[in-house]
Design a protein around this ligand. Structure first.
Ligand SMILES: *[C@@H]1O[C@H](CO)[C@@H](O)[C@H](O)[C@H]1NC(C)=O
Ligand SMILES: *[C@@H]1O[C@H](CO)[C@@H](O)[C@H](O)[C@H]1NC(C)=O
Length: 142
């Protein structure tokens, strides 16, 4: 019992060091600070909510083809970043950098993915499946 109590305490205290879960408004402000247009922020928030649950350390399950998705924007390691499998590494970054609490690298990569899709969010199933009919309001964040 004592061991469990100590273990639980250690886990709870250590959690912030290995995982940052943004709130909606925290991320909205961060996106604004990174130059994302206010009108686009609800799309990004909706996408992140459904892709990673706002968790910078989100690591997707291993797909049957051996690829997996990394971080807030669930970016795939076959095309966009270099991890443990062969990759086109179009964002010129290590996949682990997509798990940082500093979202700069992940956001820059996500911007490139969006640009390659003609400026749309259609590369993300989380967006395609959940964000086309309605978007979250972020007006209370600013
Ligand atoms: C790998 O599988 C995932 C999930 O099914 C899919 O989204 C992705 O396009 C596949 N990638 C390749 C290179 O086949
Ligand atoms: C976040 O990362 C970027 C680029 O990787 C760097 O220029 C910037 O200083 C970092 N910001 C903080 C707060 O560490």
């Amino acid at each position: 019992m004592k061991v469990f109590a100590i273990l639980a305490f250690v886990l709870v205290c250590a959690a912030p060091a290995w995982s940052k879960i943004f709130t909606k408004c925290e991320l909205a402000k961060e996106l604004l600070a990174h130059g994302i247009a206010k009108s686009e922020i609800p799309n990004w928030i909706c996408l992140v909510q459904h892709e990673s649950g706002f968790n910078t350390k989100a690591l997707g399950a291993l797909n049957s083809n051996g690829t997996r998705d990394y971080g807030l924007f669930q970016i795939n390691n076959r095309y966009w970043c270099q991890g443990s499998i062969e990759s086109s590494n179009l964002c010129h970054i290590k996949c682990d950098d997509l798990l940082s609490d500093n979202i700069t690298a992940a956001l820059n990569c996500a911007k490139l993915i969006k640009e390659r899709r003609g400026g749309t969010f259609e590369a993300w199933y989380g967006w395609l499946n959940y964000c086309q009919k309605s978007l979250p309001s972020v007006s209370e964040c600013f």
